[in-house]
Design a protein around this ligand. Structure first.
Ligand SMILES: *Cc1c(COP(=O)(O)O)cnc(C)c1O
Length: 603
């Protein structure tokens, strides 16, 4: 119990906030900031749990499981993002709504003052940004608010306090739009995403000759993205890309990838056989299976390809089959929480990889078998648009590499930073600048490995979604339109053609051929033929007026799309077409027939 100590802390904080608020012209907020902390409900808890070094609310939470003071506080103070939470979106999740600019500014000031009070003389202008990056609430913030806060705190870290406060006063608070600079332009124009690689009459003409639904891939897009990828990593002479076959196991696509210089990563006997038939040589195939089956191991042994071990218990059997002679890597899960940019991943729950100690043990087993060098692999988050993901995974792998070398003397042959980079599925998503991401990887690698045996180490990537995702459309026709409780467009496709919306509530943009860019929109549910209410490609999606016969494009289906297909409900998998660089579409996989459906059944 320390009422005086608590009074001094909150008053010191309040005075700091007041000074900053006055400097940017927020007089009223400067005076009223945090007044509720002097109420009995909040003050009592603050005094009771006073420590001077950390928040009394956190201590109350530890003791009774939640904080009464915080519940009182957040409902009365508009500079907290929790004040602006509401149920929203398709799933009615509790999430942050956009904060009015002046409260967003007060939030920034509140964090600056809190860092100053808690860090004292050690405070630097970079602290508030670092604090935001570590805090869990940043995830709940509305993306627009977060972009604004990041812009302000980044400026503070880079240009200092004077310049930042001036910018807030002159630009942000006087023209609130200026602080959207950090956001993509198309956020305001969702209809711009309607345009894919084939639109309008051209697509309608093609679809009139074919049976819907079907997948359509664009060869040029695939080639362009491969070239961007290799160009981005051209600073690393040893760089190799291995496409995860599970993303798009279609021969014509795999052949294009191979022509562009890509290898493949396979997890099963079937995938390996497919890749051999597409012309991949054994040294262009990485075998990595999480909990491999006997027949997969046998196939990899027969192939003689490099392998990545996903966990303990495999060394001996792989050695007996001669599978350690073509290059070995270890998949590592560093454990704990992996932080990158404004995101984080909890790693303890993953089923993949070696713990760092497990890796040491495995390396010793390998050394006893004569293996002197190993590669390292990590895949810690999927479908992320965070530019810091690749650089941070590289930083983590370098530090693990140093530790493993020190403990075992093993040579590290490559760092495989795997896949996981996302694509802008939503109109408001900002695409990753892969060139810039790869440059950040380069900076991390060069600073962290300078003067060590790791300098110049090859970097491997396993990008799937990033390479082919935007190059594929699922094309489907509206068969039925219903106007009941909801407006529903029933298509001839279903979750058996594209499972991601049903399985992950994933967003796939939908546009109507010939109505791209239309501004007149109303909410529609776009549904499939499977008898499950979750078989919806979209709910409450703003779309132009739809009528039976309309042709829909379901965007960004070029990875983890067709390949997840299945036959539930007797729905058969559709055909795939490749739109060649000559502008002609050719069939690259025929549609399944009822005979295929029956072919494995025993009557
Ligand atoms: C699935 C997978 C990937 C690719 O993930 P993307 O999100 O498509 O980039 C890469 N490596 C391995 C081992 C995978 O299993």
């Amino acid at each position: 119990m320390n009422p005086w100590g608590h009074f001094k802390t909150i008053t010191h904080h309040k005075l700091l906030v007041m000074i900053y608020c006055f400097r940017v012209g927020l007089i009223r907020q400067g005076l009223l900031h945090d007044l509720s902390k002097y109420s009995w409900t909040e003050f009592r808890i603050g005094a009771k749990y006073y420590s001077g070094t950390h928040s009394p609310n956190a201590s109350e939470r530890e003791e009774i499981g939640y904080s009464t003071a915080w519940l009182h506080h957040k409902g009365r103070n508009k500079h907290h993002l929790e004040y602006w939470m509401d149920y929203s979106g398709r799933d009615f999740q509790m999430t942050g709504q956009p904060m009015p600019t002046r409260y967003m500014v007060e939030l920034c000031i509140d964090r600056i003052a809190a860092c100053k009070v808690y860090h004292g003389k050690a405070y630097t202008d970079a602290d508030p940004l670092a604090y935001l990056n570590r805090s869990r609430d940043a995830k709940l913030m509305h993306p627009r608010t977060k972009a604004q806060v990041v812009e302000i705190l980044t400026m503070l870290a880079e240009k200092g306090e004077r310049a930042t406060l001036r910018y807030i006063r002159k630009e942000i608070l006087s023209h609130p739009v200026a602080c959207y600079a950090n956001l993509p332009d198309q956020a305001e124009h969702p209809e711009e995403k309607d345009f894919a690689f084939l639109n309008g009459d051209a697509l309608k003409g093609l679809a009139n000759e074919l049976e819907t639904p079907f997948y359509l891939y664009d060869e040029q897009t695939i080639r362009d993205r491969c070239r961007q990828l290799f160009d981005a990593f051209s600073w690393n002479p040893g760089h190799r890309q291995f496409f995860p076959v599970k993303a798009t196991p279609t021969p014509a696509v795999l052949k294009v990838l191979r022509e562009e210089g890509s290898g493949v990563v396979c997890s099963s006997a079937a995938e390996m056989e497919l890749c051999r038939a597409c012309g991949f040589e054994p040294d262009e195939i990485l075998f990595m299976s999480n909990y491999p089956e006997k027949r997969d191991i046998k196939a990899a042994a027969a192939l003689g390809c490099p392998v990545i071990l996903d966990g303990p218990g495999l060394t001996e059997s792989y050695a007996e089959l001669g599978m350690l002679n073509h290059g070995v890597g270890l998949r590592i899960n560093p454990g704990g929480v992996f932080r990158f940019g404004l995101s984080e991943a909890q790693l303890d729950g993953l089923k993949f990889g070696f713990t760092p100690d497990g890796a040491v043990e495995c390396i010793r087993e390998l050394q006893a078998l004569g293996v002197t060098s190993v590669g390292l692999h990590s895949y810690l988050s999927g479908n992320t648009l965070e530019p810091d993901y690749y650089p941070e995974i590289c930083r983590s792998l370098v530090s693990i590499a140093k530790d493993l070398t020190a403990r075992t003397g093993v040579r590290i042959a490559f760092l495989n930073i795997s896949g996981g980079l996302g694509i802008p599925y939503r109109p408001e998503d900002r695409p990753l600048d892969l060139k810039a991401v790869a440059e950040s990887v380069r900076t991390v690698l060069e600073t962290e490995t300078a003067g060590t045996p790791l300098a110049g180490i090859p970097v491997y990537t396993e990008l799937g979604r990033w390479v082919t995702g935007p190059a594929g459309l699922l094309v489907t026709r509206v068969n039925h339109v219903r106007n009941g409780f909801r407006r529903i467009a029933g298509t001839d496709a279903s979750a058996s053609n594209l499972m991601r919306p049903m399985m992950y509530q994933a967003y796939h943009h939908i546009s109507a051929a010939g109505k791209e860019g239309s501004l007149e929109r109303s909410p529609w549910d776009v549904v499939g033929t499977v008898s499950e209410n979750t078989d919806k490609f979209a709910a409450d999606r703003m779309l132009p007026e739809l009528v039976p016969g309309d042709l829909l494009k379901i965007h960004d289906a070029g990875a983890h799309g067709y390949s997840m297909g299945y036959q539930y409900g007797g729905r058969l998998r559709c055909a795939e077409y490749l739109l060649g660089t000559d502008g002609k579409a050719r069939m690259i996989r025929r549609a399944e027939t009822t005979a295929d459906y029956l072919s494995t059944m025993i009557f």
